[in-house]
Structure formats: C-alpha cells, structure tokens
Design a protein around this ligand. Structure first.
Ligand SMILES: [Mg+2]
Length: 397
C-alpha cells in the first residue's frame, strides 16, 4: 500500500514540472517576401504558343520567402509564375505572411492548413496554393538546416543522385539543325536524357524532328517528347502510335492537363509511357490523376503548395506504382526525387542558375545531392538586383 502511494506522489510531481514541446518551441519572428523577375536570354515557345494560346516566354516571376526565428534559424523558399500571375501571388502571399508570425516553425503541416484556411474563399488550388508554397518550402529548408542535413536526407533519401534530362535544345522555335547542335552539346555536358517539344500543327514535322534526334543519339539514349496539352484524344492517339517506333522514355502532356481519364487510356493503350501533371496545383488534383492512371506523374512543389502536399503526392504515387519526374525547379525537386521509392527523373533547367550563389553538381547523366544542409541555396546579388519589390513582416531578429 505504501509503495503505490509513493508512485502517485512522484507521478504528480513530474507532471507539475514537465514542459511540453509547445512550451519550449522556437517561434517565427521575421519574414521577408520578394518579387523577383528572372529575364530569359531567348524567348521560348512550346505548342501553346504555336496554337496561339500563349505568347513566347520572356521572363519568370519568383516570389521568395525568407523566414527567421527567435532562436536564429533561417529558411528560404520560392514560388514562381510563368507569364501572368506573379504580382497576384505576391499580393496573396503578403496577406498570408502575418499568420505565421509567432508560430512554431516546426509545425509545418499545421501551418500549411492555417494558410489554406486563411485564403479559403479563393479555393484550394491555383493561386491560393501557389502563394503558400514559398512559406512551406522555406519552413522545410529551415527544418533540414536545423537538423544539419540536406533536405533529401531529412526526408529519408533512397539515393544520393537522380538521373537528369533537359529540354534546353528542343523548343519549337528552334530550327532542326540548331536542335541537333544543342542536343550534341547537352550530351557532351553530361546530361542523361533529352526532351523535345512536339505539337506542331503538322504531325509529320514532329515525327521528322524526333527521327533526326533519335538517329543522332543512337538507340538506348533516353529521349522524351512534350506536346504541352495541344492534341485532342484522336490526334494524341495517332501521335502516340507514330512515336512507338522511337523507344521514347515518355510522351508528355499529350492531352489537356485535366483530362485524367484520357491520359489513363493512352497509358493503357501504348507501350510508351505517358507523363503528365505539371499544370496541377493541389494534392487533390494529383490524387485524381494518380487514381485515373498515367505512367509518370510530374508534380511541381511550388505549384501544388510546397513540400507538404508534394510528400502526400509521393506517397500515393508510390502506392499506385507511378513513376516520378517532377516539373521544373530542380533546386527543390532534386531532394524530393532523391527520396522517392521508384527510380525517378529530374528536369534540368539552367535558367535559375543566376538566382543562386551555389552550383548544382551534374555528372555522368545524374544530379548529385550536395552536402549543404537544407535545400542548399542562397540568393545571389544578381537576384536582389532583379527584385523591384520586397516587404517585411514581424521584427527583424
Ligand atoms: Mg512539360
């Protein structure tokens, strides 16, 4: 009887003294948002330009979020928009930022939900999620830095490098002889795969260009094509059939980005893999695509709202045995692809290089995760010069 009583006394004593993680947790004290315009050396065109739906791309708008905490931890993340939308995302991000001041930076899922509710009347995809992404990505960067680990390692890496392809040489505005020169240069530089834009009004021109590039590369070298959503189901079927002989790694966006059923049917029907998903802006949309069936999913962390929803897409994608080839922003996606359970592909774009002080490490067709903690990049002076507007929240530590 005596022993039981003493146990009760000591338990009560510990309870009175105990401090919880919420009591001792760090707090977000300062956020800086920047609107940055990255100019492109040459305006680029894909099939959306040829069909008159969009103008050539001349610059990309970036929204950077830099976050600091009471205990001195820092994180950086970004979202982006091609053509319209950058100033709108920036305006919404400025409305969201005060919701994070005073919050525990480690409660990333809760903060993602909080920001989603803050903009709930705008919906749960599109600009709403894309304006959340810079914050969410900055908080994951901070968490990995706090652990002293590259983000890939924090997430539980499956590999230290990811096979890597580019599209640099193969836009629709580029004449075929120049495409062949660009492809040769890319291969020399150590790229692991080449993607060509297709979707010309005349399919025979696409076939001629793909045939010439396949001949240059030889059998077996990974080659993909991207139609940027410009075919209907009939034309896509015809194109997929014509492309079967080229042993392509995938055919990207043969259909409208939201025709999940159509992409699933093409994936069923042809041996060549079908890839899509870059235009989707939430976990929910990706879940519909994954369940409808495609071979490769191509989520984009800045577009879906950050790393928090991206991790859910990865979990569902693995469960349904989808392959992964994230869209754009390799600086972020290298870490995520490195943690995927099925061998992924990484999309290489040199465009973002001038924004950061650090270089990415490409060797023998693969991009390597660096030993720098977090995402492993810092903003360059050049990026600051391309920034016409910034706004700060909270008090600078
Ligand atoms: Mg694409």
């Amino acid at each position: 009887m005596q022993a039981v009583e003493s146990n009760i006394v000591s338990y009560a004593k510990v309870g009175a003294d105990a401090r919880t993680a919420a009591d001792t947790g760090d707090r977000i004290e300062w956020i800086k948002l920047s609107l940055t315009y990255l100019p492109l050396a040459t305006p680029v065109s894909d099939a959306k330009v040829l069909t008159g739906r969009q103008k050539p791309l001349t610059e990309i708008a970036f929204i950077f979020a830099e976050i600091r905490t009471r205990d001195g931890h820092e994180g950086i993340g970004f979202g982006y928009s091609k053509r319209a939308g950058g100033p709108g995302m920036y305006a919404h991000a400025k409305e969201l930022a005060p919701n994070l001041i005073g919050e525990d930076p480690n409660d990333i899922s809760r903060l993602f939900t909080k920001l989603l509710w803050a903009g709930a009347s705008m919906g749960r995809s599109g600009l709403t999620t894309q304006a959340i992404a810079p914050f969410d990505i900055a908080l994951w960067d901070m968490k990995a830095k706090r652990a002293g680990l590259p983000l890939a390692k924090l997430l539980g890496a499956q590999r230290d490098s990811v096979q890597c392809y580019n599209t640099s040489g193969g836009y629709l505005h580029t004449p075929l002889d120049q495409v062949l020169k660009n492809v040769a240069i890319s291969r020399e530089s150590g790229i692991g795969g080449i993607k060509l834009k297709v979707g010309q009004p005349d399919l025979s021109i696409d076939i001629e260009r793909v045939r010439a590039v396949r001949k240059l590369l030889g059998d077996g070298f990974p080659l993909m094509v991207d139609a940027n959503q410009q075919w209907d189901r009939q034309k896509a079927t015809r194109a997929c059939r014509a492309f079967e002989e080229f042993d392509l790694t995938w055919i990207e966006e043969p259909l409208d980005a939201h025709d999940f059923e159509g992409h699933g049917q093409l994936a069923e029907r042809f041996d060549t893999a079908i890839a899509t998903g870059e235009m989707l802006t939430s976990f929910d949309e990706h879940a519909q695509l994954i369940l409808a069936g495609t071979d490769f999913i191509q989520p984009d962390a800045p577009r879906v709202g950050g790393i928090t929803p991206f991790l859910k897409i990865m979990a569902l994608g693995e469960f349904k045995q989808r392959k992964l080839a994230p869209h754009f922003a390799m600086e972020i996606h290298l870490h995520l692809a490195a943690a995927y359970g099925i061998e992924p592909w990484l999309e290489h774009f040199e465009w973002l290089g001038p924004l950061f002080n650090e270089q990415m490490h490409l060797k023998d067709g693969r991009m390597y995760v660096s030993d720098r903690p977090g995402l492993g990049f810092t903003l360059s002076e050049q990026a600051r010069r391309w920034t016409p507007d910034t706004e700060e929240f909270g008090k600078r530590p």
